[in-house]
Design a protein around this ligand. Structure first.
Ligand code: PAF
Length: 218
């Protein structure tokens, strides 16, 4: 697996693959990878000959009281897992590489209508941060496909709208959620839960599952 950390290098790599006729899938992540992320890489493989994963903890999608500084960062383990999963390249940019003018001067995109409902009601600016960084990554790599987990369903909708409205070339491929045995969706943030909270999360997941089954049964 190739590891690159600059926009110049990731562009050169993608251009070389495109020139030899290979299509490219992008798997954007914030790292601390688990089986849910690896399922994105597996799905990406089914769609394209080449897979580029990105690991970047994007500061602009965290609110001032959120967990940016303590978000788990495990680049060596991430890299080993990506090699194992058959990923072709890891793009590991610094903040300066992604936001060359700095965060305060960074151009942002808004996706109105979808960003301030549901989760977005409680996380002002979050989806603008997500849309802005994904737009930057799509612009850097110019992939044919971008794979996103259905775990963050609102994020999938936001990125789909971004891609459609800005006529970006990538096709958004949503990938099914990977869950633990008790039904909780795998997430890097699950490690912040204590035992009681983890049990409660399991009950919520199971109750939602029962409600879904009841709804489908009429
Ligand atoms: O889902 C995530 O991990 C992030 O929101 C993403 C899409 C990588 C953008 O930073």
């Amino acid at each position: 697996m190739r590891t690159v950390d600059s926009v110049t290098d990731v562009r050169a790599l993608a251009a070389r693959w495109r020139a030899q006729g290979d299509d490219i899938a992008l798997v954007p992540t914030m790292g601390n990878l688990h089986a849910g992320h690896l399922a994105l890489v597996t799905a990406a493989r089914l769609h394209c000959r080449r897979v580029i994963a990105t690991v970047f903890v994007n500061p602009t999608q965290f609110g001032p009281t959120e967990d940016f500084s303590r978000y788990p960062r495990t680049p060596d383990e991430d890299s080993a897992q990506l090699v194992e999963s058959g990923c072709d390249a890891l793009f590991l940019p610094s903040s300066d590489e992604v936001y060359p003018l700095g965060i305060a001067q960074a151009v942002r995109v808004e996706v109105p209508g979808l960003s301030d409902i549901l989760c977005g009601r409680f996380r002002p600016g979050h989806f603008a941060g997500v849309a802005s960084v994904v737009l930057r990554l799509l612009n850097m790599v110019e992939p044919d496909v971008v794979c996103l987990g259905n775990k963050d369903f609102q994020q999938v909708l936001v990125i789909r709208r971004l891609v459609a409205d800005l006529s970006l070339r990538a096709r958004v491929v949503p990938v099914p959620t990977v869950r633990a045995e008790d039904g909780v969706a795998l997430s890097s943030r699950n490690q912040f839960l204590d035992a009681r909270q983890r049990r409660a999360a399991g009950s919520i997941a199971q109750t939602l599952g029962h409600m879904r089954e009841a709804r489908l049964a009429g």
